[in-house]
Design a binder for this molecule. Structure first.
Ligand code: NFS
Length: 674
């Protein structure tokens, strides 16, 4: 295989199918990245302003050319305003997802839906208790109706504060109040922040950044947190289960349906429909040995967590899955879906079926999904796959025989149940493990793939180095899928990769060293788990004091920025691979990477080398331990050498202070002096 190609991924199934794509002359995301040539540095640094149409303006702080925009706005404010817009987009995406799930809860409350039911009355009643909803003598449906209305009101609330703000420790709430960052209503924060970014409104850089914190908190403690809680009520609370991951989960002799996107309202129903005896009989009549369901991206994580449905791959594998020639339908809904899929389907027999009223893909077969008709739509889509099975060319089916075992299904509650035993749920053993230094600390490693980085490499290297140093790792999203493919979520990973301390804990309480907590919306499980650590006591009485840290080494989406911002705003420092698009303003870089510590007790760090990033995370954990007066790690091991850093692909990302990328795609643009 050509050297150039092996630079693209560490995953053998990805390399195998990349080879298939090359032989078929089919373009992939890596080819399209290369076709971009050099990317616009003004955009990358956040100093391109398109907020009014006197522009677009490009400013070049400290260099040649314009120092301010045509309206007179400073580079600092342009950068802050652009970042705020990104946070709005990410928050809107998560929160709109959350809204749909609450609407499905309202439907379940009517008792008339054949698919949406209260599958976790326990969680429903726990939430009702938390929010003061009457439970005695009332049916689950009655309670669910009240809960749905309460949550819907969170989206439309105008003033006051979101209910879940009170789930955060007091210190965080004080910090937010001081920074005017307490989120009022979910939709309100997005709309108000978008207003702030209009020409001639807010141009105070710090004020804009605080608005981005407030908006991101409306995601973390609003849309996303509600989305996770209600998904548990509707689709069942996840429990640890075994499954498999990577393209080898596709089956040559069965009808393969891949679900790709984010919303469990559809994918969960597809899981039920795929076992319908009538449909199975129809599949058999067409010569298939069954209906095989698998997933890509976060919708895969949703049905993996609750049903053990195998995961075919993460973000950068969505096109390559089609190259196996074995996917009869790829069902897409919203977020992280390449428009290129509809072009890709032309070279194979796959039918791409779009389902969301919010996302149409020209060239896809559009079968619109509505919650009140969910099962009928799910069956219709499965029938498209059954019919399309006959169009498969068996000679072109080429599924890499590559898959890994994994364990998923961890939640805030599950960790407590496992540690404390079913009748005495508790975080005490975990807190004790951390306090003694057997576990050095906790790291959330989450987020996307990005073709600017060698696919999966940064996730895998970072997580291996963390667990080797006795840091317990919590994962979600495409990062969890990456580590699953590398065998890090398998039960035997502790013995193979973890340090002695983690091994002892894993043996004693039966936890793996890397816990899969679900989709990106489920990053809120990390917040609620941290709240439990604080409540249990002994390792810090607020989030910013915990020996805990977050990372998104291969991030690429606006959602990732919103997530990072609500973690940092919550006092949990975050290390990301490529920098945020803020480097056109030294003031904003300094605010996010340093001054934020005074406001929130946490900062952003930009570090593309995952080993260096892991070491920065461990150092951060050690500092938090020292601040708390906790002993050092029980089993200290030397750091791994820093030579195994992430490999940038065609479009090199930059490390701190190492920018050399020239401006190419803005006509008339000149290079910015670094
Ligand atoms: Ni998260 Fe999920 Fe993956 Fe990134 Fe996209 S699927 S919500 S944004 S790419 S982790």
């Amino acid at each position: 295989m050509a050297d150039e190609k092996t630079k693209r991924s560490v995953d053998p199934a990805t390399l195998y199918t990349l080879d298939l794509a090359e032989k078929a002359g089919v373009e992939t995301v890596w080819d399209r990245l290369a076709a971009q040539k050099t990317q616009c540095k003004f955009g990358k640094q956040g100093i391109c302003c398109r907020n009014c149409f006197m522009g677009p303006c490009r400013v070049n702080p400290g260099g040649k050319g314009a120092q301010v925009g045509i309206c007179g706005i400073s580079a600092d404010a342009i950068v802050a305003r652009n970042l705020l817009k990104d946070v709005c987009v990410g928050t809107a995406a998560h929160s709109d997802h959350g809204r749909e799930i609450v609407k499905a809860l309202a439907l379940a409350a009517t008792g008339k839906s054949d698919v949406y039911k209260i599958r976790s009355p326990e969680k429903l009643r726990a939430l009702a208790e938390e929010y003061g909803i009457e439970r005695d003598g009332r049916s689950n449906e009655e309670i669910a109706g009240d809960l749905a209305q309460l949550f819907l009101a969170e989206f439309g609330k105008q003033d006051g504060q979101l209910l879940n703000v009170s789930r955060a420790p007091e210190e965080q709430q004080k910090n937010w109040a001081a920074a005017e960052a307490i989120p009022r209503g979910i939709d309100r924060e997005v709309v108000t922040s978008m207003h702030l970014t209009h020409i001639g409104v807010d141009n105070d850089p710090e004020h804009l950044i605080m608005a981005s914190v407030r908006t991101s908190l409306a995601d973390g403690y609003g849309g996303s947190m509600i989305g996770t809680d209600v998904s548990d009520v509707l689709f069942g609370k996840p429990h640890p289960l075994r499954s498999r991951v990577n393209l080898g989960v596709l089956k040559a002799d069965q009808i393969n349906i891949l679900v790709h996107g984010h919303e469990p309202t559809l994918s969960d129903v597809i899981v039920a429909a795929a076992t319908d005896p009538e449909l199975l009989a129809e599949a058999e009549a067409k010569g298939a040995k069954g209906i095989n369901l698998a997933g890509i991206c976060c919708t895969a994580n949703e049905i993996l967590m609750r049903h053990g449905v195998p995961v075919a791959g993460n973000f950068l594998q969505q096109e390559l899955a089609l190259m196996t020639g074995a996917v009869d339908v790829m069902l897409i809904d919203v977020q992280c879906v390449f428009p290129a899929l509809t072009e890709m389907q032309k070279s194979v027999h796959t039918k791409v079926v779009s389902t969301s009223p919010k996302a149409k893909f020209p060239g896809a077969l559009h079968i619109e999904f509505h919650e009140d008709d969910a099962m009928k739509t799910a069956k219709e889509i499965i029938r498209v796959a059954i019919d399309n099975f006959g169009n498969r060319d068996p000679d072109k089916v080429d599924i890499p025989d590559i898959q890994e075992n994994l364990v998923a299904g961890f939640t805030t509650e599950v960790v407590s149940d496992i540690l404390g035993g079913k009748y005495r749920p508790s975080y005490r053993p975990l807190n004790d493990g951390i306090a003694t230094g057997r576990i050095r600390g906790v790291a959330g490693v989450v987020g996307c793939n990005n073709p600017k980085f060698k696919h999966d490499e940064a996730h895998v290297l970072m997580v291996k180095e963390l667990i080797r140093n006795d840091v317990l790792v919590l994962q979600t999203g495409c990062s969890a899928i990456a580590c699953g493919k590398a065998g890090l979520l398998a039960p035997e990973a502790a013995l193979k990769y973890a340090g002695e301390g983690i091994q002892e804990i894993c043996r004693a309480v039966g936890l793996p060293p890397v816990l899969h907590l679900g989709s990106c919306v489920d990053n809120t499980r990390i917040l609620t788990a941290c709240a439990e650590l604080v409540k249990e006591g002994g390792i810090g009485d607020s989030f910013d004091k915990l020996p805990a840290v977050g990372a998104a080494p291969e991030w690429m989406s606006a959602k990732a920025i919103a997530i990072g911002m609500y973690f940092v705003g919550s006092g949990i420092s975050v290390v990301i691979g490529q920098s945020l698009p803020v480097e056109g303003s030294e003031y904003i870089v300094d605010l996010l990477t340093s001054t934020f510590d005074k406001h929130f007790g946490a900062t952003w760090t930009f570090e593309p080398d995952p080993i260096k990033a892991a070491h920065a995370m461990i150092d951060h954990i050690d500092k938090k331990r020292a601040d708390l007066g906790l002993p050092g790690p029980m089993y200290d091991v030397p750091y791994a050498p820093k030579t195994g850093g992430a490999t940038p692909t065609a479009q090199a990302s930059r490390g701190n202070g190492a920018a050399t990328v020239s401006v190419g795609s803005c006509p008339g643009a000149t290079r910015i002096e670094d």
